[in-house]
Ligand binder design. Structure first.
Ligand code: ADP
Ligand code: MG
Length: 628
């Protein structure tokens, strides 16, 4: 800090917005500031304990690891002090002056757009915990000394409105002290009773003593080392909230204590609700790694496969050396083994829900289904188990009924040899799709895939119980038996002539034009040849890769539909030009149904002229009212 003793800094613009947001919308949960500050202290203590255990040289090595609160009701002051890693001057500027994660920026934008309210739930997840203290005070002082003895102690002061200052401090001990005077409305945070009850609620499991004055108030201890039977439901819920920053109760939990060839304990939770922006966040926060009760890593990706990253909690291994680095955890065979075991246990829990706790299973699928299903494309070891956990809506199910592939196959009629599906954007749209008509008539069930992930997962399954999974858009589906066309349907030469006119018109745009065996109420549709891709899948691929050409379809017309019969009659009467117009319109209509129509203008223009003709005819045939 050379000559100047005090330096002014300006917060980044987003920071001001964030502070504004916090102060104005966190008032329903002011106590979160306490949880956030304690959690920061606990993080800082974890980091120093870790260095200590590795035998590193640190400043004030002998002071006890603890968090100490000082409250003064008279002066309305609040102070929290820890003996953690502390911060250097540069770290202070960086960490308390800027927003660390890009997720935070997105979050601010979201909040502004939706005029949403912050709740305590969101704060911790976005790495903005420290600022929540500006809820309860107008000015914060942070004094800190880094564990590197050569770094000077520094003092940071800010009113949280736009600027902060940094100056030298005479702090001797390693660690961080944060102090402020409470606003009048929040002066109860200077009373012991209030503070103690908040700590019991959120910070009971902090692994370091928390003192108010000289008295230790938290019961510390590693819950996961207790016997299952000694842990109450209340403790589990409390612990979940502590590790996850979630305010809701978990959906379920898993407590593992493995002994023998592998030694580890795990306390893992499935949240009942996903966090805001869960699917947008590409970096899921994973579970924590401990080694013999000592915290090692915040977010240990190697402990779970990506598709189970909704899990919260921790794994405590007795076999890992303390000085594991990221590189070591990444390639360690122990970690692989742990991941394998945990994955199996999580799947067993989900299988149990599917069997005996339908409500939980449904709630789970609703929150995390898409991520979970993506496991089919990555976890080949557990592929069969994952396939058995797939659930769908079908042409015969209600919207909230869940049908498994096993159920589906179990009720297939004898003549049905394949498993049929249709994919699209929504259930309602799918239920009304003309391509279902034939299957309804034959009383054959069709799986309706309406979640984007389904289209990436299901076609890749290929087979289930030796039955091929097939999109009903495929042209080579034949449910046999009574497929003979109704007697009065178009056939022979008249049909051939009509097909020829269609070929002349749109023949270069499709693979071929054929008389459909499976349309019932609709006049025409597009289907996919043997090699082609399901149209929904194709549309999604196209969204990702604009240059991808759309594959050619088979255009099927319904020879028993009155319109098609009329067109045959018009062809017979030499009105081919008119028939061509109809062909164009039918083709565009079929494209539209499948989301592939690129120029709606021509379609609408044609429709308008058809309507004009239809209305002309209608007007002529309606007897005119006599004028009075
Ligand atoms: P987060 O904890 O999610 O990173 P915070 O806003 O709570 O976000 O804290 C920002 C950063 O400030 C922390 O990551 C940490 O580096 C630093 N920090 C906050 N409090 C302390 C503390 N008591 N001791 C050391 N560093 C701290
Ligand atoms: Mg924090």
């Amino acid at each position: 800090m050379s000559e100047q003793t005090k330096q002014q800094y300006e917060f980044k613009a987003e920071m001001k917005q964030l502070l504004h947001l916090i102060i104005n919308s966190l008032y329903t949960n002011p106590e979160v500031f306490l949880r956030e500050l304690i959690s920061n202290s606990s993080d800082a203590l974890n980091k120093i304990r870790f260095r200590q255990l590795k035998g590193e040289d640190i400043h004030s090595p002998d002071i006890p690891l603890r968090i100490k609160l000082e409250l003064d009701e008279e002066k309305k002051t609040f102070t929290i002090e820890d003996t953690g890693v502390g911060m250097t001057e540069q770290e202070l500027v960086e960490r308390l002056g800027t927003i660390a994660s890009s997720g935070t920026l997105e979050f601010i934008r979201d909040m502004k757009e939706n005029k949403g309210k912050l709740d305590g739930n969101m704060i911790g997840q976005f790495g903005v915990g420290f600022y929540s203290a500006f809820m309860v005070t107008d000015e914060i002082t942070v004094e800190t000394r880094h564990f590197d003895a050569s770094q000077p102690a520094v003092k940071w002061i800010s009113d949280g409105k736009g600027t902060f200052s940094i100056e030298e401090s005479d702090r001797e001990e390693r660690g961080t002290r944060i102090s402020f005077t409470l606003k009048d409305d929040y002066k109860d945070f200077a009373t012991r009773y209030r503070v103690e009850s908040v700590i019991r609620k959120y910070s009971n499991f902090v692994d370091y003593p928390i003192l108010i004055g000289d008295e230790e108030i938290n019961k510390k201890g590693a819950l996961w080392h207790k016997q299952k039977s000694d842990i109450t439901d209340e403790e589990l819920k409390e612990f979940y909230k502590f590790v996850s920053n979630d305010f809701n109760d978990p959906l379920d939990h898993l407590h593992l204590a493995m002994e023998g060839r592998m030694n580890f304990k795990a306390l893992l939770f499935v949240p009942s609700k996903r966090k805001p922006n869960f699917f947008q966040n590409e970096e899921f926060k994973s579970v924590q790694l401990y080694s013999n009760r000592v915290f090692v890593q915040e977010d240990c990706e190697e402990l779970l496969p990506e598709y189970l990253r909704f899990m919260e909690g921790l794994v405590d291994s007795e076999d890992l050396p303390l000085n594991v680095s990221r590189e070591v955890t990444q390639y360690s065979p122990i970690m692989n083994k742990i991941r394998e075991v945990i994955t199996g246990k999580v799947l067993s829990m989900i299988e149990y829900w599917a069997e005996s706790e339908q409500d939980k299973f449904k709630a789970f699928l609703k929150e995390f289904g898409p991520l979970f299903k993506s496991g089919l494309n990555s976890d080949f070891t557990n592929r069969d188990r994952l396939i058995n956990l797939l659930r769908f809506q079908t042409s015969k199910s209600t919207d909230d009924e869940l049908v498994s592939l096993k159920d589906y196959v179990g009720r297939m009629p004898d003549f049905q040899k394949e498993i049929y599906f249709l994919s699209g954007d929504s259930l309602t749209e799918l239920r009304n799709d003309p391509r279902l008509e034939y299957f309804k008539k034959k009383d054959v069930e069709v799986i309706l895939l309406h979640e984007p992930v389904d289209s990436f997962v299901v076609p890749g399954l290929m087979n289930f119980e030796e039955k091929e999974l097939k999109s009903i858009e495929k042209s080579d589906i034949n449910l046999g038996e009574d497929d003979a066309a109704p007697e009065d349907s178009l056939q022979g030469e008249a049909l051939d002539k009509l097909l020829a006119v269609f070929r002349e018109t749109i023949g270069d745009r499709v693979e071929d034009i054929v008389a459909s065996k499976r349309l019932v109420d609709s006049a025409a549709t597009l289907t996919v040849g043997k090699e082609g891709m399901d149209s929904h899948m194709e549309r999604m691929m196209k969204m990702m890769n604009q240059d991808m050409p759309v594959s050619k379809r088979l255009f099927e017309i319904n020879p028993s539909h009155p319109l098609i019969k009329n067109l045959a009659a018009l062809t017979e009467a030499g009105q081919t030009d008119r028939v061509k117009l109809f062909a164009e319109q039918l083709y565009d209509g079929a494209l539209l149904m499948q989301g592939h129509l690129e120029s709606p203008a021509a379609f609408v223009n044609r429709m308008t002229s058809f309507m004009k003709v239809a209305s002309d005819t209608a007007t002529k045939s309606t007897p005119k009212k006599k004028k009075k």
